[in-house]
Design a binder for this molecule. Structure first.
Ligand code: GLN
Length: 451
């Protein structure tokens, strides 16, 4: 009732697409009865959770904030959802996002933009903007988002909360609508680290329905005590912190933090990162290629929206064309075309193969860094939340806002944004921390210590 009341008060933020009010209340009542009857309680007993509109919840609408999935209902539960429900969580609704998770501001939704609750003239970040605002404005306790290139960490940074992306292969993608399959992971928003740890513990781990989930042990993240060594070896990318694209205050604050860490006895060293200029292009070549293939299934026949202009003389290809033209928004169409271009016979080697080679170099760089260091620090984004509409006419400027987050998606390592700072413009921003693959426990312990 508390959260439903808050949601009602904050309708204008447009964070939720659907609220399952009656259902949530009924489930809450049933959970109360279980408790009164002394039944064993799940790990998430009564925890109120929101799902980004790209995660399937059986018999509930899921649209990826796209017209092309209008009136589509999930026919099964995502594995993550199945596991949340099994531990007594209450799913209160699904949240707004950029269409097919493509965007950095949540302005690409077919259902309108989401407002940042701390300053309603600013964007909440994206693509998981609705899930971020749902936690920011206390419209739920924890929310799930998805990450292909920063879509959880960046909105968390813009909203002043925690955003966590696990290692690629830590959480099942079964029931997560695909954007770029070799990048996509479900991520978690929360107000404190223990909430992230507990949620991760519940949803992580091997799944028969997703062969890309690694068969590695899932630690008991929520009960692990802080056992960090007193002094750590920490790296930062020199070119990133010196980049002219980075807001000066953010740079200064991160350098001051580095000074404090050194004063506490930690080793913090710059590492050369000669690939900074290549990561955004590499990310956009590879993700648009995968997206153009993944989104081919939306043809007006199998799911959701179908062009109303059907007559018996319409050729099949024209029918597809008409449904896809009307069903997809501009940004999604731009990416399908880009992806189709980089995969086309004449350009495949020049773009796709080259980008894969760069991805391999980045993986090697990651291995090198984590052979020597425990953690890697970066800003989460080059600036705090910008004004609504500010970057809408300039897709390249929008893409460049992803410069510090896409590295971990290209290399598969886990990353987190923790809200440590305030900008003089009144907006919060975070510190991004990354560790080696499958070292989430360490990442969470470190974050908890520093928050
Ligand atoms: N801004 C990135 C993009 O538009 C983030 C996407 C994501 O992580 N889903 O591709």
């Amino acid at each position: 009732q508390h959260f439903l009341h808050n949601i009602e008060q904050k309708r204008h933020l447009n964070a939720y697409l659907q609220v399952y009010d009656q259902e949530a209340l009924q489930l809450a009542a049933r959970l109360d009865e279980d408790r009164a009857a002394g039944k064993p309680l799940g790990k998430l007993h009564g925890v109120v959770i929101a799902l980004k509109d790209v995660i399937c919840y059986k018999d509930h609408p899921v649209s990826a904030a796209s017209r092309i999935l209008q009136n589509f209902t999930s026919v099964y539960n995502a594995t993550a959802v199945e596991r949340l429900l099994a531990e007594g969580a209450i799913i209160i609704g699904n949240t707004n996002c950029d269409e097919f998770a493509m965007g950095s501001t949540n302005e690409n939704s077919a259902y309108g933009k989401v407002l940042n609750a701390l300053d309603e003239t600013r964007v909440p970040g994206g693509s998981s903007g609705g899930s971020a605002v749902a936690v920011q404005a206390a419209l739920c306790m924890v929310s799930l988002g998805s990450e292909t290139g920063g879509s959880v960490r960046q909105p968390a940074d813009f909203c002043g909360i925690i955003g966590f992306k696990p290692t690629y292969g830590r959480i099942s993608r079964y029931g997560l609508i695909a954007y770029a399959s070799s990048f996509d992971q479900i991520g978690i928003f929360a107000a404190n680290v223990p909430d992230v740890a507990l949620t991760l513990e519940v949803i992580a781990g091997p799944d028969d329905y997703d062969s890309t989930v690694a068969d590695v042990e899932v630690p008991a993240y929520s009960t692990a005590t802080n056992s960090l060594p007193a002094t750590l070896k920490i790296a930062y990318f020199k070119e990133a912190l010196e980049s002219p694209a980075l807001d000066n205050e953010i740079r200064d604050n991160i350098f001051s933090l580095i000074d404090r860490l050194r004063a506490d006895g930690h080793t913090v060293e710059p590492v050369n990162f000669e690939y900074l200029d290549y990561i955004v292009p590499t990310y956009y070549v590879l993700t648009t290629a995968e997206a153009s293939s993944n989104l081919a299934r939306f043809d007006g026949v199998k799911y959701g929206f179908r062009t109303p202009n059907v007559d018996k003389n319409l050729a099949l290809t024209d029918f597809y064309k008409s449904s896809r033209s009307d069903g997809f928004g501009w940004e999604v169409k731009r990416r399908i075309m880009l992806g189709t271009f980089v995969l086309s016979a004449g350009y495949y080697d020049a773009y796709f193969t080259k980008a894969q080679q760069v991805r391999q170099l980045l993986v090697e760089k990651t291995n090198m860094v984590f052979n020597q260091f425990d953690a890697l620090l970066l800003p989460t984004a080059p600036s705090p939340a910008f004004k609504l509409g500010e970057k809408m006419d300039d897709p390249i400027a929008m893409y460049l806002a992803d410069i510090f987050t896409v590295f971990s998606n290209l290399t598969g390592i886990p990353g987190i944004s923790i809200p440590l700072f305030w900008h003089s413009n009144g907006m919060p921003y975070g510190l991004q921390i990354m560790t080696n693959r499958f070292r989430e426990l360490y990442l969470l312990q470190l974050s908890n210590q520093w928050m």
